[in-house]
Write a new protein. Sequence first.
Length: 183
Amino acid sequence: MKPYTLDPSKTLFLAIDLQEKLLPAIQGWEEVLSSSKKLITAAHTLEIPLKVTEQYPKGLGPTEGQILSMLSEEVFEKTGFGCFDQEGFEEFFSIPRRDQVVLFGIETHICVHTTAMQLLTKGYDVTVVSDGCGSRKEENHRIGMANMGSCGAHVLPLESVIYQLLRRSGTAEFKALLPLFKE
């Protein structure tokens, strides 16, 4: 695994399948929802592009309401478990010079894991937000995280990701995001 530090000018956030019908079945879903909202706020504050997907919304419902209300971004509908298995995703996802991808969403061991493997294969630096992901079973979450880490993804908690992107205190962005960590 090559070391790197997240750089806001090279980073893209990908929120995977945070849908209202699936989220309540996820172990620790309240923390996943809270972390996801903080990551979306950070993306907007730091002007980091954000991509959002929904897995089969006809059956699993739309993106969770609190998250949806925060978005100005288009939501990409898919039926493929890995995002790149869906026709049109490559075009939707691609932003030149953004080779660091921060992943969060559900489920860890299915769509997040498969997408992480696809991104790693394509040469992206992948960071998975451990408290921004979840599965219906805690063991599946744990195994999915461990496997992504052993395959080359960086697995980090929310605060590590945001503080890496902020780089220093005393900036307007730091002051804007600091209240997120006092909740």
